[in-house]
Every structure is written in structure tokens, then in C-alpha cells.
Write a protein that binds this ligand. Structure first.
Ligand code: GDP
Ligand code: MG
Length: 168
């Protein structure tokens, strides 16, 4: 069982990415999702079936009041920003430190996600800037859209594969 967590500012699309990945759904028009505690999904990596428990926040991120149990023993984290909103990119350092400080002694693989790539015509954060940030932190970067499903499966699959490699 792998525990993964979804982090990043309110409104970046964490809950929609989770529902796209686990149920192939996007809740049109939902202003801000009331998060579930976690969803589970089985993923095939090489010849193994890996059961993933993916934790989402229920809006606590607005108050920077995510509790330690949320992060505890997470083996992987998607650190998500919204390519349309520069402030969500500028807040990444804070999230990065928060993950590192709270996951516990185990290594936690972090992956950077620029979400809402379907809105690339009005993007505020360039792919280059995001790539540079990811290189600086030595993590991978992918661009996704929970709306049209671009790279959602691939991003989770990549993270789970990287976690799997770290632990086998
Ligand atoms: P969270 O607060 O990080 O959980 O964000 P939500 O998943 O609740 O999404 C916040 C808002 O962004 C909602 O209005 C979603 O419909 C919208 N949203 C989420 N993902 C995407 C996406 O990939 N593209 C677009 N255009 N909108 C998205
Ligand atoms: Mg949410």
C-alpha cells in the first residue's frame, strides 16, 4: 500500500485531478470541492499491482492548517500549481518545505504538476520557469489537465513508478 498526498494552493485542481484519476470524472462547475479524506486505486507497475491510497485535503489548505497526519508516512506527493495563477507557483516553496518537514523519516518522492494546461492560451507560468524550478529541486515536472484528462493518468503512473523504484 502506497500513501500519496496531493498538495498545493486552494483551487489548483487537486480534487479534480483525484476524481479524474480514480473515477475518470470531472465535476463541471464545482467551485471548490469538498475533499474526501482519501481515495484508493490499484495501479499496475511492471508485473505488480500496487494499491495506492491518495489523500486529498478538504479545504484546510486555505488556512494553512493541514495537520501532520495528512502527510505522515506519505511515500509520494504531487505538488500542484495552476498555470494560470502565478501566486500558486510562487507558493511552491512553502508547500515543498511543508511536505519535507512532515512526511516523517521515509523518503518521499515529490513531483511538480502544472495543472489546467487546457488554459494554456492564458497561462501565467511558462513551461521553462516550471522546468527550472523542478530542476532546482531535483524533481520531475509534468503539465496536466483534469478537465480534458491530458497527462493525468501519466502523472500519477510516473509518480507511483518512481515511488516503486525507490522501495524495491
Ligand atoms: P482544489 O481546491 O485544489 O481541490 O481544486 P478543485 O479540484 O476544487 O478545482 C478548483 C477549480 O478549478 C474548479 O472550478 C475546477 O473545476 C477547476 N479546475 C480543476 N482542474 C482544472 C483543469 O484542469 N482545467 C480547468 N480549466 N479547470 C480546472
Ligand atoms: Mg479540493
Amino acid at each position: 500500500m502506497f500513501k500519496l498526498v496531493l498538495t498545493g494552493d486552494a483551487g489548483v485542481g487537486k480534487s479534480q485531478l483525484l476524481s479524474r484519476f480514480t473515477r475518470n470524472e470531472f465535476a463541471l462547475g464545482s467551485a471548490s470541492t469538498i475533499g474526501v479524506e482519501f481515495s484508493t486505486k490499484e495501479v499496475q507497475i511492471n508485473r505488480n499491482i500496487v494499491r495506492c491510497q491518495i489523500w486529498d485535503t478538504a479545504g484546510q489548505e486555505r488556512f494553512i492548517a493541514i495537520t501532520k497526519p495528512f502527510y505522515r508516512n506519505a511515500l509520494g506527493a504531487l505538488l500542484i500549481f495552476d498555470i494560470q495563477r502565478l501566486e500558486t507557483f510562487n507558493n511552491l516553496d512553502r508547500w515543498f518545505q511543508e511536505i519535507r518537514a512532515n512526511v516523517g523519516p521515509n523518503p518521499c518522492t515529490i513531483m511538480l504538476i502544472g495543472n489546467k494546461i487546457d488554459q494554456r492560451h492564458i497561462r501565467a507560468v511558462t513551461t521553462d520557469a516550471a522546468k527550472r524550478y523542478a530542476e532546482e529541486k531535483n524533481i520531475k515536472y509534468m503539465e496536466t489537465s483534469a478537465l480534458d484528462a491530458t497527462n493525468v493518468e501519466q502523472a500519477f503512473q510516473q509518480l507511483i513508478q518512481d515511488v516503486h523504484e525507490e522501495y524495491t
